[in-house]
Write a protein that binds this ligand. Structure first.
Ligand code: DX5
Ligand code: ZN
Length: 225
């Protein structure tokens, strides 16, 4: 049941030092990270511009960790398959950004990657009631997307609980990922609510020791593993 789940720690490289990204990634690998979370922003869907396909391609040839691309872009249907092609094993698309979500999810899966759907803080769980049966995971945003280092929105916990309940009721094999404002003070609470893939950016990379920070987050969830 709830306390025998596979909890995965997913460092978000958004807060990493890009001038030595390779070393930053080696550090979280040593710390025992499970997934590498890559935030792709286009300056349209969110008011920030980050990184894209060439970086994902380089990282795919560099790290042994599966790459989880979180697409905060308009027209995700055009680009999602390209991220699969670039080497991402997980690709998530915002429900708010895609009028043809089913088609995009199917294209991600057809490419051999896991398909995820993302909910912004003000988007209700009901927005993905139909899409739920077509996804491998749901990403619940616990901040408004666009920037690292923001404060966790506490109402996200209830959303995770309701989503967990829906998944259990329907007996679906869908994982819940949570992203934004997670640190060692609240990670236990988000895991208890039902999240399994835990994204953390500043709590890992804005510290002097990213390796130790991953271990600390892991230790805080140890009773669930
Ligand atoms: C925000 C991104 C997050 C961000 C998390 O738009 O999707 O992945 O990097 O950063 P923290 O953990 O600092 O909130
Ligand atoms: Zn993200």
């Amino acid at each position: 049941m709830l306390n025998h789940r596979n909890i995965e720690i997913a460092p978000s490289i958004l807060s990493a030092n890009f001038s030595c990204l390779g070393e930053e990634i080696r550090a979280v690998e040593r710390g025992g990270a499970d997934v590498l979370h890559v935030d792709v922003m286009d300056g349209h869907f969110v008011p920030n511009i980050t990184i894209g396909l060439p970086v994902v391609k380089s990282l795919a040839g560099y790290t042994r960790l599966p790459i989880d691309t979180h697409l905060m872009i308009t027209d995700p249907g055009i680009y999602a398959p390209q991220f699969v092609e670039a080497g991402a094993q997980m690709v998530s698309v915002h429900v708010e950004a895609d009028a043809n979500l089913h088609r995009t999810l199917m294209a991600i899966k057809a490419g051999g990657a896991q398909a995820g759907v993302v909910l912004n803080p003000a988007t209700p769980v009901s927005a993905i009631e139909e899409a739920l049966q077509f996804v491998d995971y749901v990403l619940v945003m616990s901040v408004n997307p666009g920037f690292g280092g923001q404060k966790f929105i506490p109402q996200s916990l209830d959303k995770v609980r309701r989503l967990r309940q829906l998944i259990t009721e329907r007996q679906l094999n869908v994982r819940i990922e949570i992203d934004g404002g997670i640190d060692r003070t609240n990670i236990e609470t988000v895991v208890a609510a039902g999240a399994e893939i835990i994204v953390a950016g500043s709590a890992i990379f804005a510290t002097p020791d990213a390796e130790a920070a991953v271990k600390e987050l892991r230790n805080a969830t140890v009773q669930w593993v």
